[in-house]
Ligand binder design. Sequence first.
Ligand code: GLN
Length: 539
Amino acid sequence: MKNTKYVFVTGGVTSSLGKGIIAASLAKLLQARGYSVTIQKLDPYINIDPGTLNPYEHGECYVTNDGAETDLDLGHYERFLNIPTSQANNVTTGRIYQSVIDKERRGDFLGKTVQVIPHITDEIKHRIQILGKTGEFDIVITEIGGTVGDIESLPYVEAVRQLEWELGKNNSVVIHLTLVPFLAAAGELKTKPTQHSVKMLMQSGVSPDVLVCRTEHHLSEDIKRKLALFCNVQQEDVIESIDADTIYDVPMLMFEEGLDEVVLDKLALPVNTKPDLTAWNNFLKKHKNPKSTVEIGLVGKYVELQDAYKSIVESFIHAGSTYEIDVNIHWIHSEELTEKNAASKLKGLHGVLVAPGFGERGIEGKIKAIQYVRENNIPFFGICLGMQMAVIEFARNVVGLSDANSTEMNKTTPHPVISLMEEQKNIVNMGGTMRLGAWSCKLTKSSKVYEAYHTEMISERHRHRYEFNNAYLDKITAAGMKVSGINPDTNLVEIIELPSHPWFVGVQYHPEYKSTVLNPHPLFVAFIKACLDYKNSLT
Ligand code: GLN
């Protein structure tokens, strides 16, 4: 049983400063020094989870092994640390209130008035300590979403204040991430927004122990001294976080600034070992010195907001490094693809990925893209909706079922080759009711996917309601589409591929959630290799 210590990461001045990346980078350094670390995100919004949020609103919804629909920062945590997260790693205000209200309805409060303080703050403190109480971790890093000073963040800051007091000296650290803007007209970096933000935090009774300052220019010792003096920290506790070429540079930048040492020191934990970042730096070296480039089309309907496909983009980076390749993504809006322009829009690409998604918008464009790459032997990778569209395209254009569709798009289609899962039929609530989380899948030995995974049994994460309709299995396979992965318990089709095509694979699950820096996902690696081979075959 470990005596778990806590690090809280708050944010000030503006949102989008990258608290998640700072938290993940610190965790990476601590892990590289031999500590066991996990990261948790508290989100101060009222949705129970981001599962029901539009990707335009919130970016990608990340899914954990245990089926939690979570904030995309959890993806960064897993990609950096190479260890899985779970429902306990993401808590929203909605979930906090829901459990307090459930307790109230059960009569657990014994007639007391239920209030923000102490009941909501107690629930927050309980949720923060759930991971610590497993005894698995030396350090739990808790990232508090939002910006200090927001009304909705107040109970979280109060919970941190109480918890710091309860945990006692050397058991917790508060890191405050702020922005030090550069005023071009004055030619100066400005410390005032940070001073105000720290003042705001202190008004709530929390004094930051460490300041991490996002900046476009190096902070001089003078600026650091000024920040330290006015924000009541030591000068070595002011950490510069300068803009980086890639998020994967941030751990090394934080190491050079001494963030991990400062934190360990404050937690009274030994600093003597050097962090071992050999594998990480090998990845970085290959990622930054590519020997060639492949051009990949990413066809989706949320391409205006690239955060909607965060894990896919990162998976390409991981897989690209394996072959020392720069994966250049061309964002293609599925709504803009038509029969007429598919050839010109997809010209010059070495591979096409058709993205996950929900609803009808843009699906005909996805189908056109798939037809084009199938007929022209261009490598294809379909994920979730992308796989379903590949089945529809094949059913329409090869099997000859010209009206084939998914019942998600057309409830009365005469050929529902993709249809609602039996257990989904009576579901009314939208939140948390999809087929979610890790499910096992058995691969067929002579297949592209087996070549990629080198194993028969795999487990991958899911997030969908519709599935391949097994009533069409015989017709579709007879026409040449192969089912190369099946859920052994339910017989649901997990993977389809075309043996007659150089690389045409569609998966019902989301491989992108499991790709990490140290373990690039085998299917992304195989797809990139196929794209590279295709590119080389052209010359
Ligand atoms: N909309 C499809 C379904 O629910 C696919 C979901 C997805 O791509 N994540 O089955």
